[in-house]
Design a protein around this ligand. Structure first.
Ligand code: ADP
Ligand code: MG
Length: 319
């Protein structure tokens, strides 16, 4: 069995692009770009909680870093460096090699240097700390939404949750829908280009890790505003994919793990957001509007602008 140090050398040490000193010493040395602000975030993936115990190792590796990239995307920051603290139950080298492939594929895709970490024996767990840069004052915060701003969502949320529901036997998806949903679950695509493009355009942003309504709720809470969502404007992919319409709605509104961005922008920026969507080749859908009602209050409106009482618990928190 390889030692801890052999594992680190074999699987977690790769050349860096913009780092003075990476893996191998007691600490890494980096030179932040002068006059940029550092954005720092950390996220943990625990076996059994964030991924199924039999999940594909390469996908777990990709996702461990991708969810961290997503946090920086939501801040409008360019990711630069990451650290990986890994607990592994045993040194299953095939598994670790596949994990590292996925992890470094994500690092390469987003221009991230992996500069250190920690490797210990224990119940499987991956904790990544990521550092990124943003021009001073340009970070996208949760607290900037203002009454009148429009609410936008990227992509087609609900797919990751539908994929999980299928794996758990709670629904039966068709072949094409299943493939799409399982990709969304296993290999989320952090919306980094979108986050960077929203600098100076969005008033607030968050990535959807816990569900559309719950995460939009965080913007409302931080910004001390309310919101109205137009039910029929929501991206309808989940409903088209899943015959069980109640489950589809639950996945769309309360399903986590999609890593799309929800953001707000002034009405005057509508055309610029639409242009950004086109240049990125990414659907950006305007789904509602911020208001000055009770802070945190979120209503879903039907075509006649009547409130909809959604029945699943994810929505009850906001009813
Ligand atoms: P120390 O005992 O001084 O904390 P370690 O023996 O834990 O150092 O790690 C040796 C070097 O390998 C350090 O530079 C550390 O950052 C790096 N490292 C350890 N585990 C990982 C990992 N999973 N991925 C990337 N780098 C790692
Ligand atoms: Mg250590």
């Amino acid at each position: 069995m390889p030692s801890e140090f052999e594992l680190i050398a074999r699987y977690f040490t790769r050349p860096t692009q913009h780092t003075r000193l990476g893996v191998g010493d007691d600490g890494a040395l980096v030179s932040p770009t002068p006059a940029m602000e550092l954005v720092v975030s950390t996220d943990m993936l625990v076996a059994g909680t964030h991924f199924l115990p039999d999940a594909d190792a390469e996908a777990v590796g990709w996702k461990s870093l991708a969810v961290n990239v997503s946090d920086l995307a939501a801040m409008g920051a360019q990711p630069r460096w990451a650290l990986l603290a890994a607990a592994l139950p045993d040194a299953d080298e095939l598994w670790i090699a596949a994990f590292a492939e996925g992890f470094f594929a994500c690092a390469q895709t987003f221009g991230i240097d992996v500069i250190g970490g920690d490797t210990t024996r224990g119940p499987m767990n991956f904790c990544v700390t990521i550092f990124g840069e943003v021009p001073p004052g340009q970070a996208l915060l949760r607290s900037g939404a203002r009454p009148g701003d429009e609410i936008w969502v990227s992509g087609t949320p609900g797919r990751a949750a539908l994929g999980l529901a299928h794996l758990q036997g709670r629904c039966q998806l068709g072949e094409a829908a299943l493939a799409d949903c399982l990709t969304a679950l296993a290999r989320p695509q952090p919306r980094l280009a979108l986050g960077l493009g929203l600098r100076g355009l969005a008033s607030a942003a968050i990535d959807v890790s816990d569900g559309l309504l719950a995460d939009l709720g965080h913007i409302l809470g931080s910004s001390k505003v309310s919101a109205a969502l137009q039910f029929e404007r929501l991206p309808d992919t989940a409903w088209r994919y899943c015959p069980d319409q109640a489950l589809a709605q639950d996945c769309l509104l309360a399903g986590g793990d999609d890593y799309e961005l929800v953001f707000t922008a002034p009405v005057g920026a509508h055309a610029r957001v639409a242009t950004l969507a086109q240049s990125l080749g990414l659907a950006l859908t305007c789904i509602g509007q911020i208001a000055d009602g009770a802070p945190g209050k979120l209503v879903l409106l039907d075509r006649e602008q009547k409130p909809i009482a959604a029945h699943h618990h994810g929505f009850d928190h906001f009813a």
